[in-house]
Design a protein around this ligand. Structure first.
Ligand code: NAD
Length: 678
């Protein structure tokens, strides 16, 4: 019989290292957002299993005390977070030197994790949710504590394995291997659905990593401001005939959500010089964005919101307005009063509509939270009713000439789930897509991802403002604004980035570049670290990128060869990055669209100034991007084919990418028509 005392003796990394005595329950700061109750539908037997699972982290001497506490957490919140083990007070990504470690990577990842849990950065910090309603760093505070211990002792000859938030352990590897390999919620196909996900999460065996939350690479909503800015500008170019060298001056953008990613919308429309009205039901989120200066005005009357918008549109001045209320009420007002909107979208968390991501019309945010806890069936009915009405309003506006696009939040899927089959192109099922365009399918896919342009980011780990300024300037020098329109947009962005006060949490920056652009910037930064001009830097990207994500409803929506139901690209990207020595690699199920609907991955690369890191940059960064461009080219995407032709020429003898021959449409069409006639 194995005894717990032997188990404890067999481990040097354990909670007892941090706590001689059971820690006190930390105080919850008033006003900090708390996650709503998650679905809890475990049988009594599975509830026992969930308790035993959580107690695996806990020394036996505390079991009697903690078993009832964990059971209470599970019943009250739907999950066991182990609140007691959260560090008291605030958590912040501090300068790297403040962390213990045997290698710079171990210290660097502690900065990133703490930033993801900062009270000012995270959506529900006490529940370890960074953004996107359910995206967690790991499942519970016991895991957090153990991960931190591992990162303090990890050496360059070891790799930490983190499976759905659980630190499986340290294993011998090499300095050229990743220091951390993360997977989140990778479920077996047969069970890869929302119901099984809820069960696995309540049992404590699955973590929803979203994209950068579980990959420890979130940098606050700035990470998304640039993408939103690009999307809005390009939507304007595509649909409002705005010239390439102009912006959204005089145009109105309406959307919803001022949360983790959606919080970027107000700032992005302002940077693009337009006017935006963003509806948000949760006043605390409006307050956060207002204090940050990411929205200029706050109103709670739709008439006042549209009046202000009209005034600023006429003056051709930019303004971002937060409307405190439901997006459906705002659109109802626009329809009834025949107000014209130029660009329309939605960024409620519809990928988890029934779990609190979408607030139904008719309920305040507080009422929604209560109903979610007390009557899930009624809550679901309210959501379905609201989504159906929401859809009708959008349809009316689109008929009047408004350009509506889905913002990758599974809005159209949610409308379909609410019973509206006419939102499907086929009128029956979503298999062939939906009637409204999605921002990746129409805009980001063809104009950015197909060339390899994607969200490249970095964090100045020293915590010094001067380092951020120096890296901004260095990045600017690496970009030729005359190369392509995408470069001009990025050049304009980075030139003024410092003035837009975009940083929330650690000192970070984002910009969009292609394979060569990203590699050049990375090499430049590593040289600056080597020369002592700046401290170490963490490079990374959003998973939402050229090659990092397979998601037919979003990132791979513009892949039309039938392969967008496959997850080979994201998996190859992850494996290839590991093989080429990125410091961290992550692969997740779900992301922004929900369980079973996407596989997405990302990386972290710590720039320590060494020649070893120069080599990793040269082999891994081009792979990370070009693997995605290669797959897009194989899917016959024109801009990717152009990009690969140039790449094969430039990298002759080093890389070689297979290109598709293009079949004659008529030849194929006639042949198939004949065959089916027979
Ligand atoms: N910004 C991007 O580039 C991007 C890209 C892809 C996907 N998304 C998707 O956008 C969604 C939002 O992401 P997030 O991180 O901001 O999530 P979030 O949950 O932090 O924020 C969503 C916000 O919407 C508000 N809201 C919900 N229902 C509302 C309603 N009916 N009216 C007004 N406000 C309402 C919520 O209170 C919340 O603040 C997610 O589904 C995400 O996957 C965003």
């Amino acid at each position: 019989m194995i005894r717990n005392i032997d188990i404890s003796r067999a481990m040097t990394v354990k909670l007892e290292n941090t706590f001689a005595r059971l820690p006190k329950m930390p105080e919850f700061v008033a006003g900090v957002r708390r996650a709503p109750k998650r679905k809890f539908a475990l049988s009594p037997q599975d509830t026992q299993l969930a308790l035993k699972n959580a107690l695996r982290y806990i020394p036996e001497k505390w079991h009697k005390r903690l078993a009832p506490e964990f059971l209470n957490e599970l019943i009250q919140t739907g999950r066991i977070y182990g609140y007691r083990f959260r560090p008291a007070g605030s958590i912040q990504g501090r300068p790297i030197d403040a962390y213990k470690g045997n290698c710079v990577e171990g210290q660097a990842f502690q900065v990133m994790i703490d930033n993801n849990l900062d009270l000012d950065v995270a959506l529900y910090p006490y529940e370890l949710v960074t953004y996107g309603e359910t995206g967690q760093v790991c499942q519970n505070w016991m895991q957090y504590r153990l991960i931190k211990q591992y990162l303090e002792i990890i050496t360059r000859d070891q790799t930490l394995v983190v499976a759905s938030g659980h630190p499986l352990g340290l294993f011998e590897s090499t300095p050229e291997a990743p220091r951390v390999i993360i997977t989140n919620a990778l479920m077996i196909g047969l069970f890869d659905d929302q119901e099984n996900w809820h069960k696995a999460a309540a049992l404590g065996v699955a973590n929803y990593g979203q994209m950068t939350a579980g990959g420890w690479m979130y940098i606050g909503p700035q990470g998304i401001v640039h993408g939103t800015y690009s999307t809005l500008l390009n939507a304007g170019r595509l649909k409002l005939n705005i010239p390439a060298d102009s912006d959204l001056r005089g145009y109105l953008f309406v959307s919803s959500g001022l949360g983790g990613m959606s919080g970027a919308q107000g700032k992005a429309v302002e940077i693009a010089s337009g006017v935006g009205i963003i509806a948000e039901v949760d006043h605390s989120r409006i307050q956060t964005r207002h204090e940050q200066g990411w929205v200029n005005r706050v109103v709670d009357d739709p008439a006042e919101a549209f009046r202000l918008a009209k005034e600023y549109q006429a003056k051709k001045e930019s303004l971002s307005i937060a409307f405190h209320g439901n997006i459906v009420d705002l659109l109802e007002y626009a329809v009834e009063n025949k107000i014209f909107i130029d660009l329309l979208s939605d960024q409620t968390s519809c990928h988890v509509a029934y779990d609190g991501g979408y607030c139904p019309q008719g309920l305040t945010f507080e009422e929604r939270t209560r109903l979610l806890k007390t009557d899930h069936v009624k809550f679901k009915e309210c959501i379905n009713r609201s989504l159906r009405h929401h859809y009708e309003l959008i349809k009316t506006l689109v008929d009047r000439g408004v350009y509506f696009f889905d913002y990758g939040n599974s809005f159209m899927q949610a409308v379909f789930d609410a019973g509206v089959t006419e939102i499907c192109k086929s009128g029956k099922t979503p298999e062939h897509g939906f009637i409204f365009p999605s921002y990746v399918e129409d805009i980001m896919g063809p104009l950015l991802f197909d060339y390899g342009y994607g969200p490249f980011r970095w964090v100045c780990l020293s915590g010094k403002q001067a380092d951020l300024l120096k890296t901004d300037r260095a990045a600017l020098e690496c970009i030729d604004p005359n190369r392509r329109i995408q470069d001009r947009d990025t050049y304009a962005w980075i030139k003024d980035a410092g003035n837009h006060h975009l940083v929330v949490g650690t000192l970070a920056r984002i910009l969009y570049q292609d394979a060569a652009g990203r590699m050049n910037i990375a090499l430049k930064f590593n040289e600056m670290v080597r020369n002592g001009h700046i401290g170490p830097v963490m490079l990374g990207r959003d998973h939402h990128d050229t090659g990092g994500t397979d998601s037919p409803l979003r990132e791979t929506a513009n892949i039309k060869d039938g392969s967008n139901i496959m997850a080979d690209m994201a998996t190859q990207c992850f494996a290839g990055n590991a093989a080429r020595g990125m410091s961290l690699v992550a692969l997740h199920n779900g992301g922004g669209v929900g369980i079973g609907k996407a596989v997405n991955g990302g990386f972290g690369l710590v720039l320590d100034g060494s020649a070893r890191v120069d080599d990793i940059i040269r082999r891994a960064i081009p792979w990370d991007v070009m693997g995605g461009v290669a797959r897009r080219a194989w899917a016959r995407n024109e801009h990717s084919i152009e990009t690969v032709i140039k790449h094969n020429k430039k990298r002759k003898g080093v890389d070689h990418i297979t290109l598709p021959f293009i079949a004659d449409e008529k030849l194929v069409e006639d042949l198939v028509a004949d065959a089916f006639k027979k």
